[in-house]
Every structure is written in structure tokens, then in C-alpha cells.
Write a protein that binds this ligand. Structure first.
Ligand code: SDX
Length: 431
């Protein structure tokens, strides 16, 4: 980090202090407040961390005002249109696009570790058949730390690489098995000669009684959806993984914590919530009523798949997602009325002052549900697929955080608003 020539000065209770300002390679400068409490007795107050940079990172850059998203400097639309998810995983983990030899070695390594331990598979039978697949993902993925004791030494680079490969390799298998379990169908094991996305679709939809024919258009769409969801800077689930790993917790447990945070409807659960919202709206003529509900502060209804903490412009992923929705629906010969509702809802909202003034645009979750439904998935699986894709982002940030020389346990403070000191009274005197 470069130190800016500009200083940040504040005067508090007659005392002036000067704090250093650092510059990254792009994006806002940051003021280093490490000395603030010691020199002024002040904490900063920033619930939701709207103005707080929690760490240094080389991985992903977002410019929310310009609608820019880059993985290691490469624009997301270029990666989504020209590359594939395994290549993106290598890029996020290693910092550079792989050579052909590096790519082949990486892909084979991932495939070799995509099977599950037979004892781990027994975990599924303990769940109800109607268990939400995200609940199964949290439980089964978290249990990986009880199977791979050699991976748990986070200070050993070999151990870190082993757990990295196992987490990327096993997440889609765990996810596909959660889907098959909910249907009461046999599990389908991964095949070493299929792509990451193709294997996932086959593990979900293959009928063991029949030959499986891979659909190239759907496989390409799945791969692209994985690329779009792979990483996104310090979002809630990635920050959860970083905070969990700052205590030295093992990587499987840290990524399971990321799955938990992603599940919320304000975050990765928004794709499931967005489709449910479109189903509730149902037809284009009901859009004005729901737009008014979304604007009404007394009403908890929100336009799911709309708005973003960082993007105050169109989410670049949403554009690619919308194109993919059209592509998949056309390929499947589906004329989904919910797509018409989504397109009209977007048009009406983007012309409405309430959304324009607040810079609320469709985000990555707005069109993904329509696409995934057309591919044959139930809405309960939508966030599971987000988790499959985001595993590489969580793991990349986990690796970056624990190898940071000045890494220390994340421990925020607070502004205390509770009772001041008072004496204990015996229960007999409490009336
Ligand atoms: C993801 O962080 C990431 O990078 C996440 C993600 C990733 O890849 O990891 O991009 C993935 O989580 C995308 C976001 C998915 N969530 C949703 O689609 C849920 C619906 N969106 C909202 O809940 C909301 O927009 C958030 C949670 C996404 C962002 O909330 P913020 O930044 O806290 O924004 P805010 O609540 O301060 O909103 C500012 C104003 C408020 O109104 P005022 O108080 O100014 O009058 O905009 C309003 C909000 O009420 N608003 C909405 C709205 N989103 C914000 N009003 C109606 N519908 C909405 N969707």
C-alpha cells in the first residue's frame, strides 16, 4: 500500500491528530484509524461497515458507481464470455490465468478429489427428506473437518493446498447429493472425464437406468453462472469466512460459516426470494401494486434481486445473467411469463423516482432464478448453486487472510447503550 501525501486530520476536545491515508492500485483511499482510540479514546461507529475497509486484498475489485467487477483485474464479462469456471478458480486462487499445462493439472487435481468418504455420505440419512438443501450443505460440509485431520494445519502450505482442492472438489458433490436426497433418488457419483459444471448437472439429473446425454447449452450456462458468482470482494459471507478464520479455525468450518451467512435472503438467499416474489406478482398488471408496496416504509416487502450495498449502477453480472436467461429459455423452448414480469418490473422500477434516487438496480439475483428454474432446479437449490460458485471466493480470501503478515483476530468494539452499574437484589426483594 502506498502512503498518500494527503493527511487526514481531526481535532477532538482541543487535540488535533493526523492519521495516515493509504492508496490501493484502484478505488478509494483509506484512512488508517489504528491509533484513533489510543490517541483520542474514540471508537469509530459504522454498523453494516458501509464506510469500512476491513482488509487489504488483491483478489476482486468492484466500482459500484461505474458498475465494474474485476477478478484479479480481468472484467467479469470477458471471463464469463471467453473463459470457464475452472480457469476462473485458478485465477482467483493463484492470481494469474493458467497456462494449458497448469489448467490441466489443476482440473485433474480437482476431479480426483470430488468423491465423498462413504462415512460422510451416511450423514444424509439423518436429515428429513424435506430438509432445506442449504441446511444439509452446512452440516455435511462442516463435517469435512472431521475427516481430513491432515488438512487442518493452516500454517502448512501443503495442508492449505490440500484443503483448498478438497473444498472446491467436494462442494458440488455434496450439493448434488442434497438435491438427490430431497427427491429420494440414488446418489450419482462424479465422473472424471466431465467438466466441473457438466459433472454437477449430471450428478443432479442423471437417471442411472438410462444413458446420460450432456446438454452443452445448459452446461455452458451453468459454468457461466458459476463464474458470475465466484467472488465479490468483502460481501457478508466472505467477511464471515475471514472473521472466522482470524481465530485460527479450520478451513472447512470457516467455509461452512460462509454458507450460513450466504443463506440469508438479503444476500445469497435473494435468488430464491426473487423468484418467489415474481411468482407472487404473477402477472404484469399486478406490478404497480408491488412497486407501491416496495416503496412503502410500513410494508416489509422489498423488490428481491434489486438494490445492492455497493452497486449504485447496473450489476454487471445481472446483464450477463439476463442474456443467459434468454438463451436457456430459448434453448428449452420455454415461454416463461415470469421473465416477462421480471423485464417489465425492471422497466417500471428504473423509471420510478424512488428507485432512481436510491440508485436501485437489478442485481445478480434478479434473473438467476428464472434461468435455474428453466434448467430444472427447484428454488430451494438456487442458493446452493451460489454456494458452489462462491466456495472459490471464500477459499481465496481465507488463504489471503491467514497468510497476511499482520493478520490478527478480528474483534470489533461497540457503543454501549445498556444499564450503568447497579447492585444485585435478592429474588425475595424483587416483588
Ligand atoms: C447479493 O455484498 C455483496 O456483494 C452481495 C452479493 C455477492 O455477490 O456477494 O452481490 C450478492 O447479496 C446481492 C444482493 C441480494 N439481495 C437482495 O436482492 C435483497 C433485496 N435488496 C435489499 O435488501 C438491499 O438492497 C440490500 C440488502 C441488497 C442492500 O441494502 P443496503 O445497502 O443496506 O441498502 P439500504 O437498505 O440502505 O437501502 C437504501 C434505500 C433504503 O431506503 P431509504 O431508507 O433510503 O428510504 O433503498 C431502499 C431502502 O429501503 N431499498 C429498497 C431495496 N433495497 C434498498 N427498497 C425496495 N426494494 C429493495 N430491494
Amino acid at each position: 500500500m502506498k502512503t498518500s501525501e494527503d493527511k487526514f486530520k481531526i481535532t477532538y476536545k482541543g487535540k488535533e491528530i493526523e492519521l495516515p491515508v493509504y492508496q490501493g492500485t484502484q478505488g478509494p483511499d483509506v484512512v488508517d484509524i489504528a491509533r484513533l482510540y489510543k490517541e483520542t479514546g474514540l471508537f469509530t461507529y459504522d454498523p453494516g461497515y458501509r464506510s469500512t475497509a476491513s482488509c487489504k486484498s488483491d483478489i476482486t475489485y468492484i466500482d459500484g458507481n461505474a458498475g465494474i467487477l474485476q477478478y484479479r483485474g480481468y472484467p467479469i464479462d470477458q471471463l464469463a464470455k471467453n473463459g470457464n469456471f475452472m480457469e476462473t478458480c485458478y485465477l482467483l486462487l493463484q492470481g494469474e490465468l493458467p497456462t494449458k499445462a497448469q489448467y490441466d493439472e489443476f482440473e485433474i487435481d480437482i476431479m480426483k478429489h470430488s468423491m465423498l468418504h462413504e462415512q460422510l455420505i451416511k450423514f444424509y440419512s439423518g436429515f428429513r427428506r424435506d430438509a432445506h438443501p442449504m441446511a444439509i450443505l452446512v452440516g455435511v460440509f462442516g463435517a469435512l473437518s472431521s475427516f481430513y485431520h491432515t488438512d487442518l494445519d493452516i500454517d502448512d502450505p501443503i495442508s492449505r493446498n490440500q484443503s483448498t482442492v478438497r473444498m472446491l472438489a467436494k462442494m458440488p458433490t455434496i450439493a448434488a447429493m442434497a438435491y438427490r436426497y430431497s427427491l429420494g433418488r440414488t446418489f450419482v457419483t462424479p465422473k472424471g472425464d466431465m467438466s466441473y459444471a457438466g459433472n454437477f448437472l449430471r450428478m443432479c439429473f442423471a437417471n442411472p437406468m438410462m444413458p446420460y446425454e450432456q446438454d452443452e447449452v445448459l452446461t455452458r450456462a451453468m459454468d457461466r453462472i458459476f463464474i458470475l458468482h465466484a467472488d465479490h470482494e468483502q460481501n457478508a459471507s466472505t467477511s464471515t469466512v475471514r472473521l472466522a478464520s482470524s481465530s485460527g479455525a479450520n478451513p472447512y468450518a470457516c467455509v461452512a460459516a460462509g454458507v450460513v451467512s450466504l443463506w440469508g435472503p438479503a444476500h445469497g438467499g435473494a435468488n430464491e426470494a426473487a423468484l418467489n416474489m415474481l411468482k407472487e406478482i404473477g402477472t404484469v398488471d399486478r406490478i404497480p401494486h408491488y412497486i407501491e408496496r416496495a416503496k412503502n416504509k410500513e410494508d416489509s416487502f422489498r423488490l428481491m434481486g434489486f438494490g445492492h450495498r455497493v452497486y449504485k449502477n447496473y450489476d454487471p453480472r445481472a446483464k450477463v445473467m439476463q442474456e443467459t436467461a434468454h438463451e436457456v429459455l430459448k434453448h428449452k423452448g420455454i415461454d416463461d411469463p415470469l421473465l416477462d414480469v421480471a423485464i417489465e418490473l425492471e422497466r417500471v422500477a428504473l423509471e420510478d423516482d424512488y428507485f432512481v434516487q436510491r440508485k436501485l438496480y437489478p442485481n445478480v439475483d434478479f434473473y438467476s432464478g428464472i434461468t435455474l428454474r428453466a434448467m430444472g432446479f427447484p428454488s430451494s437449490m438456487f442458493t446452493v448453486m451460489f454456494a458452489i460458485a462462491r466456495t472459490v471466493g471464500w477459499v481465496s480470501h481465507w488463504r489471503e487472510g491467514i497468510t497476511e503478515p499482520d493478520q490478527s483476530i478480528g474483534r470489533p468494539r461497540q457503543i454501549y447503550m445498556g444499564p450503568t452499574e447497579r447492585d444485585y437484589t435478592p429474588m425475595s426483594e424483587r416483588g
